[in-house]
Design a protein around this ligand. Structure first.
Ligand code: SF4
Length: 445
């Protein structure tokens, strides 16, 4: 067990070679422990004491959904990549090269985050900021670029594997604040990572104090993206720094701004521990609005009952269901990914079980380079069957809210696999998307 301090509150975590020892100890399965040792060379894994003691059901491992969410599994790698890493174990030079080559195949920066989302001013990159939608800027505080534990499906996994060229992090609040002062169209700032709540309060204070200060009156909402309530809820309850953090968060609402804590809840069991419920109550007591989101992924939550239970638990705790995302085209997508058709069925079958107040989650949503695209359903059109799609958010605001269509493909898992249904629909896809199908093919017949 390692005591982890990334400029943050002390969390005891297990990572690296101790993971295999933990699995060997808890599951008494040598093959499983070996697989853990192979796969963790490529993708980042870390679990907290809370995860080990309160979330994972060790009697059901490795099939337990929380185990699947957090621990390496051999199916996360293509079998030929698994064998390549396995062969290289024990030879540091060969292993480094094999790991680099396998990581390169896993699309480490989906959505062109390193090229299209980072703003430039006077020819210089504003590091640690992503500004994709006019109203919302994402800020990546340098000390918040890790998490209390790692979700194995994390689309930001590249940040955690120690390659500076794959890392998005700011140079401190000054450059970020200067940028935001020059952008009055920004109403929402999302502090994200990683998880900003790994930071000690004294490191978060300069950001929050500055955001509440002069010149930034246009920032009406401060959002904080976190999975601390699932991985280290004591951070908001009995951590030595908890009281200072809560005072800091309260300063946002006391200043008349909205504080939105964007929780990441993959499975309803994450909301069961008493300490987690205390953390929710503590956040509500300082005036925070709570919103919950997660991707729908195989092995963890690919079941409408799980989503309906999660949304119900969230409503009972005063948390708004927000997004059901589609697993992104990165990392262990081969293990977690689901066809869009299945993701849509899970969303629909879950949402019909909810009362109106529980139907606030949008989904299934793909967070693409162009914007957030939701699958509204399957339509039978004159040219054939189609996915009905809609942008909830977009770089080009004009496309938001307008229905468009892609050729129905029962195997497609991601946006890049979809084909515009007609010439009209091409305008909603990125330049270079595959040619129109459906209606145009029918017209040509
Ligand atoms: S909490 Fe978010 S950033 Fe952290 S590992 Fe999970 S998905 Fe990634």
């Amino acid at each position: 067990m390692t005591t982890h301090e990334q400029g943050g509150s002390a969390t005891r975590t297990v990572s690296g070679r101790r993971l295999a020892a933990l699995v060997r100890d808890r599951c008494a399965d040598e093959q499983l422990a070996h697989d853990v040792e192979v796969v963790r060379q490529v993708l980042p894994f870390k679990v907290s004491r809370h995860v080990i003691d309160q979330l994972v059901d060790w009697k059901s491992a490795p099939d337990d959904p929380l185990y699947r969410l957090l621990f390496p599994h051999r199916d996360m790698l293509d079998p030929k990549h698994f064998r390549a890493i396995e062969r290289a174990l024990g030879d540091p030079v060969a292993l480094r090269s094999a790991v680099a080559s396998v990581r390169g195949t896993l699309n480490p920066h989906p959505g062109e985050q390193l090229t299209r989302n980072i703003p430039h001013e006077d020819g210089d990159e504003v590091s640690g900021v992503q500004h994709k939608y006019a109203q919302t800027a994402l800020v990546f505080p340098r000390h918040g670029q890790t998490c209390h534990a790692y979700c194995a499906y994390c689309f930001r996994w590249a940040q955690f594997v120690g390659h500076p060229e794959l890392r998005i992090a700011d140079e401190g609040p000054r450059q970020v604040i200067a940028y935001l002062r020059r952008h009055p169209e920004v109403s929402d700032v999302l502090l994200t990572g990683g998880d900003p709540l790994v930071m000690r309060s004294e490191l978060l204070e300069p950001y929050i104090d500055a955001l509440l200060g002069p010149g930034l009156e246009h920032i009406s909402t401060l959002r904080i993206g976190t999975k601390a309530l699932s991985f280290h809820p004591a951070r908001l309850v009995n951590d030595p720094d908890a009281a200072r953090l809560l005072r800091l968060l309260e300063s946002v609402t006391a200043a008349g701004r909205q504080l939105a804590v964007m929780l990441h809840v993959s499975h309803p069991r994450e909301l069961e521990p008493a300490v987690t419920r205390q953390a929710v109550a503590a956040l509500r007591a300082v005036g925070a609005q709570l919103w919950a989101q997660a991707p729908v992924v195989r092995h963890v939550n690919d079941d409408p009952t799980v989503w309906a239970d999660a949304w119900h638990a969230q409503l009972m705790l005063g948390i708004h269901p927000y997004y059901l995302f589609v697993e992104r085209d990165t990392g262990a997508q081969r293990y977690f990914g689901l066809p869009l058709q299945r993701a849509y069925e899970i969303y629909r079958d879950a949402v019909v079980r909810m009362s109106g107040l529980g139907r606030t989650a949008r989904g299934p949503v793909m967070s693409t380079t162009e914007g957030k695209v939701t699958v509204d359903g399957v339509a039978e059109l004159p040219g054939g069957r189609a996915f009905a799609l809609r942008y909830l958010q977009a770089r080009v605001p004009d496309v938001v809210g307008r229905p468009f269509y892609a050729v129905w493909d029962p195997a497609a898992q991601w946006w890049s696999e979809l084909v515009p249904f007609s010439r009209h629909d091409r305008g909603f896809f990125p330049p270079g998307a595959r040619g129109a199908g459906g209606a145009d093919r029918a017209a040509a017949r």
